[in-house]
Design a protein around this ligand. Structure first.
Ligand code: UD1
Ligand code: CA
Length: 462
């Protein structure tokens, strides 16, 4: 097998996106488009990967790191010019080079591999990956001669009326004999509607020199969708989402309404978990087996272990251990760690806090900057008062303790195991083992208060 190289073109600005974010950095299912392309390319294990960067070069580099080599294209003079920037590194190498673009996030490694294999088997100088498009607008068209052989690729803006009718398109992925590629690139001119050096012009040059050009038509057009604007971005998102959801369903996850379930590409989900409609799961989240993720939940960068139930809640950078549950309408913020079989009920917010096994935080409670032990009962409306306006303070609550409803725990407080707080207390001091703290005004009843009111003799008041 010949050596295999891949060039990813990612230097363009993406004017049609009308965005401050460079085009190839726009995410699809939570991953930048160019990262999708690179991830699939990596699976093919080529001998060398080089990415051409220009607009947003530093950002692209920061994202992709040392997974690829880089060539800088300081001026965006076209896709042919872009490929030429890799000549220093690649120019004199024997082998096959596949060129892909950073704005086609849906291609799979399987397709790249097939194209390499087909090209090698054909012994072609170049092979174009083509597809049939019902609406080919915007793509380069494959012009074939009377024998059906590929003649050239013509860009949308350069296409004659009859060429515009052609529905076979250039997917933007092409394979070349590496040395021939660079030889021909030097002959490409910019005499066209956009004044650019087009990579596809290498095809007609090779043809003129009698070299063999092949085309490999893929069955599934959706893979080759090129994202130039937000309409296509949304289409790519839909297709990617369907692919992700189907993969989870095949792995044993129940997704009740796949059209309305949004799962990022790197999310992991165990089997027999049920995802109800209108759920979003982002980033590096893992969800265990036999969980229920209820409608309206939003989970990002979190670890949800087996048998967890999440009902209409938001979870960010948090951990929920086995058998715990939350919701409806609660919020786990970063560094919340919920122990085994813990119950977090409704309208609770938990931030930078550890909740020990089997503890219950049922209703309308804020726990911020605290460590709670096991088997604790937290009443309704408890507030961990963690902030004094300058600094955040931490409180520790011992195992088997009881916090009465509507209590404030003004941090820092140490509450020992098996201790109690009476309802309505504002706690500012530590509580020793087995004690009950009560910190509120004692109730007094003002007798005959009613008689002292000025209106008490009027008819209405009697
Ligand atoms: C390109 C192809 C077209 C094909 C389509 C498939 C050319 C001339 N046209 O058109 O035949 O049907 O892709 O999606 O190749 N880029 C650079 N430097 C440049 C110009 C572009 O790095 O100077 C990069 C862009 O960042 C982008 C890719 O090359 O990732 C393609 O450029 P784009 O302008 O999107 O080309 P299309 O008009 O889509
Ligand atoms: Ca494009």
């Amino acid at each position: 097998m010949s050596n295999r190289y891949v060039i990813i073109l990612a230097a363009g600005k993406g004017t049609r996106m009308k965005s401050r974010l460079y085009k190839v950095l726009h995410p699809v299912a939570g991953k930048a488009m160019v990262d999708h392309v690179l991830t699939q390319v990596e699976k093919v294990q080529p001998d060398l990967i080089e990415t051409v960067i220009g607009n947003g070069a530093e950002k692209v580099k920061a994202l992709l790191g040392d997974r690829t080599k880089y060539a800088l294209q300081t001026e965006q003079l076209g896709t042919g010019h872009a490929v030429l920037q890799t000549e220093d590194v690649l120019g004199d190498k024997d082998g096959i080079t596949l060129v892909a673009t950073g704005d086609t996030p849906l291609f799979t490694a399987d397709t790249f591999e097939k194209l390499f294999d087909f090209h090698e088997k054909e012994g072609a100088a170049a092979t174009i990956l083509t597809a049939h498009a019902d609406n080919p607008f915007g793509y380069g068209r494959i012009v074939r001669n009377a024998n059906g052989d590929v003649e050239k690729i013509v860009e949308q803006k350069d296409a004659s009326r009859s060429e515009q009718e052609i529905q076979e398109i250039n997917t933007g992925v092409l394979c070349f004999d590496n040395k021939l590629l660079f030889e021909e690139l030097h002959k490409v001119n910019n005499d066209n509607a956009q004044g650019e050096y087009y990579l596809p012009d290498v095809i007609s040059l090779l043809k003129e020199e009698g070299k063999k050009v092949s085309a490999y038509q893929m069955a599934d057009l959706s893979e080759s969708l090129g994202v130039n604007d937000r309409v296509a971005l949304s289409q790519a998102e839909k297709i990617m989402q369907r692919r992700i959801n189907e993969a989870h369903m095949r792995d044993g996850v129940t997704i009740v309404d796949s059209d309305n379930t949004y799962i990022d590409v790197d999310v992991e989900i165990g089997n027999d978990t049920v995802i109800e409609p209108n759920v979003k799961i982002f980033g590096k989240t893992s969800i265990g087996s036999e969980c229920v993720i209820g409608s309206g939940s939003r989970i990002s960068d979190s670890e949800i272990q087996d048998n967890v139930e999440v009902i209409s809640s938001t979870i960010e950078s948090a951990v929920m251990h086995k058998g715990s549950n939350i919701g409806p309408n609660s919020h786990l913020r970063p560094k919340a760690e919920i122990g085994r079989d813990v119950h977090i009920g409704n309208f609770c917010e938990i931030k930078n806090a550890k909740i020990g096994d089997r503890t219950k935080v049922g209703h309308l409670t804020y726990v911020g900057d605290a460590t709670l032990g096991t088997d604790i009962n937290v009443g309704c409306g408890v507030v961990f008062v963690n902030y004094d306006g300058v600094k955040k303070w931490h409180s520790n609550i011992g195992d088997h303790s009881f916090i009465g409803s509507n209590s404030n725990i003004v941090a820092p407080v140490e509450m020992a195991d098996h201790s109690f707080i009476a309802a309505g207390s504002t706690i500012t001091k530590d509580i020793p083992k087995h004690a009950m703290a009560i910190a509120r005004e004692r109730q007094t009843n003002k007798e005959d208060f009613w008689n002292r009111l000025p209106l008490s003799n009027s008819e209405d008041w009697k």
